[in-house]
Design a protein around this ligand. Structure first.
Ligand SMILES: Cc1cc2nc3c(=O)[nH]c(=O)nc-3n(C[C@H](O)[C@H](O)[C@H](O)COP(=O)(O)OP(=O)(O)OC[C@H]3O[C@@H](n4cnc5c(N)ncnc54)[C@H](O)[C@@H]3O)c2cc1C
Length: 322
């Protein structure tokens, strides 16, 4: 028996990957987590997490993910830095996972938990103001904008849902779209266009994000400059919050040849009757934001739940003789 063969190689170290690891390690499976370029995943970018159950007053994103990583290592699990370049099938129940540094690992099953990053505009100040007024997640941050004025960028279903959701808290929501009609479903369009708190800003793009400059510590979003792409006219919108809803990029390119993905790149799960997290390739499981099953949720607790399911699916599948 080759002791270097893993039972599961888990690709990704966000809530989905680390939860999967906790379950597989506790099932006495030889498990490794490959952490990628962002150990701990997307929650490492946020200060406060208010919706992770068990913390009466919320907790810090970094603290939560550091605790989760420590839980994995305290249970005897292995976490290794580095990005996965490819996954290859060697024979039934045997895969080779290659990292960008050339390291090859052999495993019986693979769990892909590589997340999906929100698309950003890529303009100055955007990155440094994440968590200080700029957000990629209305569900996560909406509550912090009670009685404030916010803007949402996008024109699809998510942008409309986010704009509508934000009217629960904000006094006014601008929905900025670069075209003159929405791409969202008719139902979503109607909801937005009939909501008196939402003002459409058509044919427009955000070209500048400005912050208060009192001190770097208390820096926060002050206003945005928008440009009408028909008239080239520029104007300033004073907003407290700016929410991007222009899509996500699932980090799944490295399995593109192996498994079915949707048009955005989410790995298709949920089709197998017996194993909910199995992909189109037997033995490759997927969990969290990178999957079609979770693409409409994109929340840490949902990703963690999915990680638990993937771990249990992989455990059961490895045991079964075929
Ligand atoms: C600023 C911000 C604030 C948020 N706030 C909240 C909140 O308050 N509450 C909430 O529930 N959700 C929040 N979210 C959403 C939440 O972070 C995600 O839903 C959750 O992290 C998804 O978990 P995941 O494990 O699927 O993926 P991720 O957390 O995205 O983790 C993906 C992992 O995969 C790794 N990876 C990627 N590619 C590779 C590769 N090729 N090889 C190896 N590893 C790879 C990355 O390094 C990372 O470790 C927030 C997101 C952001 C960006």
């Amino acid at each position: 028996m080759n002791n270097n063969i893993y039972d599961t190689v888990i690709i990704g170290s966000g809530p989905a990957g680390l939860t999967a690891a906790i379950y597989n390690i506790r099932a006495d499976m030889k498990t490794i987590v490959l952490a990628g370029n962002q150990p701990g995943g997307q929650l490492m970018m946020t200060t406060t997490v208010d919706n992770w159950p068990g913390y009466a007053n919320g907790t810090g994103g970094v603290k939560l993910m550091m605790e989760m990583q420590a839980q994995v290592t305290n249970l005897g699990g292995e976490i290794r830095q580095g990005n996965v370049k490819s996954v290859r099938a060697l024979e039934p129940k045997s895969f080779s996972v290659t990292l960008e540094d050339g390291t090859e690992l052999q495993t019986k099953a693979v769990i892909v938990a590589t997340g999906a990053k929100a698309k950003w505009l890529g303009i100055e100040k955007e990155n440094e103001l994440i968590g200080k007024g700029v957000s990629g997640c209305a569900t996560c941050d909406g509550m912090f904008f009670r009685d404030k004025v916010v803007a949402v960028v996008g024109g699809g279903d998510t942008a409309c849902e986010d704009a509508d959701f934000l009217t629960k808290f904000a006094t006014k929501v601008y929905l900025i779209h670069r075209r003159d009609s929405l791409r969202a479903s008719v139902v979503e369009q109607k909801r937005v266009l009939n909501n008196p708190k939402i003002e459409m800003v058509w044919n427009s793009e955000v070209v500048e994000i400005n912050s208060t400059v009192e001190s770097q510590k208390s820096e926060s979003l002050k206003d945005i400059k928008i440009k009408n792409n028909k008239t080239n006219e520029e104007s300033i919108l004073t907003v407290d919050g700016l929410f991007m809803a222009i899509g996500h990029n699932p980090a799944t390119e490295f399995v593109a040849e192996m498994v079915e993905r949707d048009e955005e790149g989410h790995v298709v799960t949920g089709k197998n009757q017996e194993y909910g997290t199995m992909t189109s390739y037997e033995g490759i499981f997927a969990a969290g934001d990178c999957t079609t099953m979770n693409k409409n949720y994109k929340q840490a607790i949902a990703a963690a739940g999915d990680g638990c399911k993937a771990a249990l699916d992989a455990e059961k599948w490895i045991k079964i003789e075929r």
